[in-house]
Design a binder for this molecule. Structure first.
Ligand code: PMP
Length: 456
């Protein structure tokens, strides 16, 4: 254990607990994303903008559970809504319809220009999966197109060209489909077409070539939460998909409630056919949802259809609807947490302050790096951004691959020692409870981290 202690001395318990986890959990983590060398830090509790690890170290948290915790840790209003729901309902889940499902659906329809009807899932992954199945069912076509470098959850069809080796990925204007996991059936590689983000000419050409077999195009309007689509690209993509009868799916799992309360579709003024939501929607609990055009979503209506899980003669002869189910879908406690979160975000000035604080942090960090003579830019929109230690333009996956991450990594490890938390090389998410003092402390920590790296 000693040799592997990340941050000399004050990370001893983390190292020990991680070594113990490795004996019973492959690689010691329950999601790949949680790992970093030599071992991740074991967290024990969160409060507001802060995280505390098992060794008692305090961190200002910019991971915020990959953006989910827009109100920070343990927000009072979320806590109260969850408690009230549990006390009043006498249980946590019914396995029946209940009124919060409708209340939340009405809220999403009010906030998201592209949403006319809603279905719930338990994660962002399930939401994009359902969105894709819906596109396939609606169009009767088989293939799906996604953009290189875009993440939509950890399942077969979209574990393609998320972070591929460039030498295997072909021309930037016609990227090849590269599998990202062992165990992916060939079917998915063959049926997933990869597109170059922010390159409308090349994207349009590929879409036209495959229009006869393409059910849908899925994208993160802001790649990785921090590389924005160009306005012309978004407008053009909407136009061409409409013309070619290809369902346009916005994966707003990250941008939803964060880019603006009505997501990227509100900011860009572009209506997708289907929207996938997650993260903030659950107020810190596992959730997902799809919303979209009534005409499209209605194909999952069970009314009058055949039920595959109820055995009985009355089923015979009826057509199966698009199948969608899940024991915990529309979990009342989670919807109560989500509604409380949205309620806070809707209060006058909350989003404006969140954006202003994000801008302030970006500006202060840019000044620190400038002072040290290091090339640096922050990129992002809304309440998420990333730190890029180069001055070149970053518009897509290939541009990101050119960024030198070595220096950033060294600085990030120093930042962990100085009490600033995000996973090394990860983006920064802000919450409504991060204060000006947190921002000052973060800028000062970057200054110190750079000095330490320079003096090595
Ligand atoms: N889509 C996007 C854009 C995401 O960022 C994520 C999660 N990082 C997902 C889908 C998957 O969501 P979940 O982890 O809830 O399955």
């Amino acid at each position: 254990v000693e040799r592997n202690v990340l941050l000399s001395g004050n990370m001893q318990k983390s190292a020990e607990l991680f070594a113990k986890a490795c004996k019973v959990i492959p690689g010691g983590v329950t999601a790949h994303i949680k790992y970093f060398d030599p071992h991740p830090i074991m967290m024990e509790k969160g409060n507001g903008s802060k995280l505390y690890d098992v060794d008692g170290n305090e961190y200002i948290d910019y991971l915020l559970c990959y953006g989910a915790l827009i109100l920070g840790h343990g927000h009072r209003q979320v806590f109260e809504a969850v408690t009230k729901q549990m006390v009043e309902s006498g249980t946590t889940i019914f396995g029946t319809p209940h009124k919060l499902e409708t209340t939340m659906a009405e809220k999403l329809i009010e906030l998201y220009p592209g949403i006319e009807m809603v279905r719930y899932t338990n994660s962002g992954l399930e939401a994009t999966l359902l969105a894709i199945r819906t596109a396939v069912a609606y169009t009767g076509k088989q293939k799906i197109a996604k953009f290189e470098g875009h993440y939509h959850g950890g399942y077969d069809q979209v574990l393609v060209s998320v972070n591929p080796d460039i030498d295997k990925a072909g021309e930037s204007s016609a990227p090849k489909a590269v599998g990202e996991s062992r165990g992916l059936p060939d079917y998915y590689l063959e049926n997933t077409i990869v597109l170059p983000f922010n390159d409308l000419t090349a994207t349009e050409k590929i879409l036209r070539d495959h229009a006869h077999e393409l059910a849908g195009v899925i994208l993160e309007p802001i790649q990785g939460g921090f590389i924005p689509a160009d306005q012309d690209f978004m407008t053009g993509l909407r136009k061409v998909t409409e013309e070619l009868n290809i369902v346009l799916i916005f994966d707003e799992v990250k941008t939803g409630f964060r880019l603006s309360i009505g997501g990227a579709q509100e900011v860009y003024g572009v209506k997708p056919d289907i929207t996938a939501l997650g993260k903030v929607l659950g107020g810190g609990f596992p959730v997902g949802a799809i919303g979209g055009k009534k005409e499209i979503l209605m194909i999952s209506s069970a009314r009058g259809g055949r039920d595959i899980l109820t055995v009985g003669a009355s089923n015979s002869g009826k057509q199966a609807p698009l199948y969608h189910s899940g024991t915990y879908n529309g979990h009342p406690t989670i919807l109560a947490a989500g509604l409380a979160t949205i309620h806070v975000l809707e209060q006058m000035g909350t989003m404006d302050t969140l954006f202003a604080n994000t801008q302030l942090l970006r500006k202060q960090l840019e000044e620190v790096y400038k002072f040290h003579g290091l090339p640096m830019q922050t990129i992002g929109m809304g309440s998420i951004f990333n730190i890029i230690l180069s001055e070149g333009e970053v518009k897509n996956y290939r541009d990101m691959r050119k960024v030198n991450t070595n220096l950033r990594k060294q600085i990030d490890y120093e930042l962990l020692r100085l009490g600033i938390y995000t996973k090394p090389l990860n983006r920064y998410s802000m919450s409504v409870v991060h204060t000006k003092e947190d921002i000052e402390r973060t800028a000062a920590a970057h200054d110190e981290a750079i000095k330490r790296v320079k003096n090595k």
